[in-house]
Write a protein that binds this ligand. Structure first.
Ligand SMILES: [Zn+2]
Length: 89
């Protein structure tokens, strides 16, 4: 499947709305199972997110970062710079 690469001007959220951890490599702006929306780190998205897509969640990743479903804490919490790329949702 070809990846959609949408560059967004959205500034990177400084930290995850749920665990308050710094967001480094990837995050999801998405809906949680309770119905509210949050900027979530990938780990929290996997626990609380309802999915990716319209009305569910948008996934953003730093340009150049590899596509993965699991990240080390170090990678997730690296300090981001510059813009984000929307890769799903
Ligand atoms: Zn989190």
């Amino acid at each position: 499947m070809r990846e959609t690469q949408t560059v967004v001007s959205k500034p990177p959220p400084p930290c995850c709305n749920i665990c308050q951890g710094k967001i480094g490599t990837v995050f999801v702006d998405g809906r949680m199972s309770q119905g509210s929306w949050a900027d979530m780190c990938w780990n929290c998205f996997r626990q609380h997110g309802v999915g990716l897509g319209t009305g569910q969640g948008q996934k953003y990743r730093k340009p150049g970062a590899p596509e993965r479903t699991r990240w080390s804490d170090q990678e997730l919490h690296a300090v981001p710079t510059g813009h984000w790329v929307k890769v799903a949702g």
